[in-house]
Design a protein around this ligand. Sequence first.
Ligand code: HEC
Length: 127
Amino acid sequence: MKKGIGIILTILLIHVTMLSGYTGPPPSEPISEFPKKVSTIITNSCYDCHTTGAKAEKAVKALDFKNWDEYKLTKQITLLTKICQVLENGEMPPEKYLGQHPEKALLESDVKTICNWTKKETEKLIK
Ligand code: HEC
């Protein structure tokens, strides 16, 4: 019985996801498959606040990596630009947080990795 409900819910969920997420043909390379180097940095330093379920409501609203595929193309492009910007300005992760979690700080090389990726990804998206 429980299994049956689970299956129905799963089917419903898939339908809802397909309907609401449809914004045109998918890009040739799904951006959600972030390159390994990029996703390691983001998972380590950003996921505490920027994913569905994180306690930082404002942060999730501003940028939710788990929801990346649902963002419209224009939103993805804007966010990619901002991601590089906040890192180059040293605004993210927030200083207060780094005080408690110094191991989450980004190296200069991490910032370069992310910014190279955001630029490449943007070019791909606007093609
Ligand atoms: C301790 C929680 C926390 C962590 C960790 C964190 N952020 Fe944020 N971030 C926030 C909050 C809160 C906001 C919303 C700020 C606001 O609306 O004033 C935000 C906003 C942003 C924005 C939107 C800025 C804008 O102007 O719209 C970007 C982009 C961003 N963060 C990127 C990152 C990246 C990339 C990382 C990892 C390297 C990261 N953040 C790590 C809390 C965090």
